[in-house]
Design a protein around this ligand. Sequence first.
Ligand code: 5GP
Ligand code: ZN
Length: 139
Amino acid sequence: MKDCIFCKIVAGDLPSTKLYEDDMVLAFMDIAPINPGHVLVIPKEHHTGSSTIPEEVAGRMFHVGARLGVALKRALDVGGFNLHLADGKCAGQVVMHAHLHVIPRDIEDGFHWNWRQQQYESDEARDDIASKIIEKLKF
Ligand code: 5GP
Ligand code: ZN
């Protein structure tokens, strides 16, 4: 897609440090890493969000992301990694070509998810939300 920086990286019109490439996906170094070794895995075909990515390609993205996670644990001697995908601006997506972050993590690496744990008002309120989601779930 014209004007998409990740499509330009796929086409070779913008430089990147590539780690892995096959017919479906490309993995390259993030230019502004959360931690050194932060990698992005993208579908070669342009998809803005995650839901239009064909299952085979999405599966490859996850598989490659997990294998890269193991590689960076070994290469960088860190204890773990996060796989993260932001779908939509309000979810933190800045580049509108779907991408899976592979982020090396270690104890006391200074990065914290701003995670919270809220409570449902009742079991019924929780189950009501679950029913609404199930109603809209389409494959
Ligand atoms: P998002 O916030 O959309 O989930 O993440 C976008 C990511 O793309 C960010 O981590 C950012 O550092 C990275 N990024 C943005 N522009 C470029 C670029 O031109 N090249 C590379 N390699 N990474 C980029
Ligand atoms: Zn694109």
